[in-house]
Design a binder for this molecule. Sequence first.
Ligand code: C5P
Length: 219
Amino acid sequence: EKYNIAIDGPAGAGKSTIARRVADALGFVYVDTGAMYRAVTWRVLQQGISPADTERVADISRNLRLELRPGPEGQQVYANGEDITGLIRTPEVNANVSDVAKIREVREQLVRKQKEMTAAKGVVMDGRDIGTHVIPDAEVKVFLTASPRVRAERRFHEMKDSQPGLTIEQLEQDIARRDKIDEEREVSPLMRAPDAVLIDSTNLTIPEVVERILELCRA
Ligand code: C5P
C-alpha cells in the first residue's frame, strides 16, 4: 500500500538522513526538496545574479531543467543535464539559499514540481513546507527538531572533511540565520502543520527516530 510521508523541520535536524532511511525501509522514493532550492541558488550565483534581483531569479527557476535521480549515495541533482550534486552544499549556497527560497515565483515553480512528484504516492519528502503546502493531505506528517547546538554539531561532522576550517560556531550562526529567514518569510514559512507529529531528536539516535516514524506508519 502506497502513501506519502512529509518530514519538515529546521536546518540540521537530520531530516535527510532520516527521510532516506524511512524511504529505504518502506521501498518508497526519497525526495529532498532543499536540494531543489539549492540548485536554483547555485545557478543564480553561477550566473552572477543577486538573490535580491527577484525577477531574474524567477527567470532562472522557470528555465532551469531540474532532475532528481536516486543514486547509490542518495539523491543526485541534475541541472540542464549537468550533475551538480556536489556543488549545492557549499558555504556560498548556504549563505544565499534562504533568500532565493523566499521569492514567491521560485516557490510556485518548485512546489508545482514537488506536487507532481507525489501524485503517484509512495514518496518520503523532506523540506520546510511539505506538510503545510506541498502535500497537506500526506498520510504521515512529522516535524523534526533538535537543539540548535546539536544541529550545528551534526552539520559540522557532515561537512568537516569537505570544508576544512569551518567551525561549529560558524555553522550555528548560519543555521540560525537561515531558520529565521525561513520562519519569517511571507510565503509558506517554516512551521509545524497542526497535524504533524513533533519529534525532538536532540537525545535520540538515528535508528530511534526512524523507528518512531515507522511506528507512525504502522498506526
Ligand atoms: O534542507 P536544506 O537545508 O538543504 O534546505 C536549504 C534551504 O532551502 C532552507 O534553508 C530553506 O531556505 C529552503 N527550503 C525551503 N523549502 C523547502 C526546502 C528547503 O524553503 N521545502
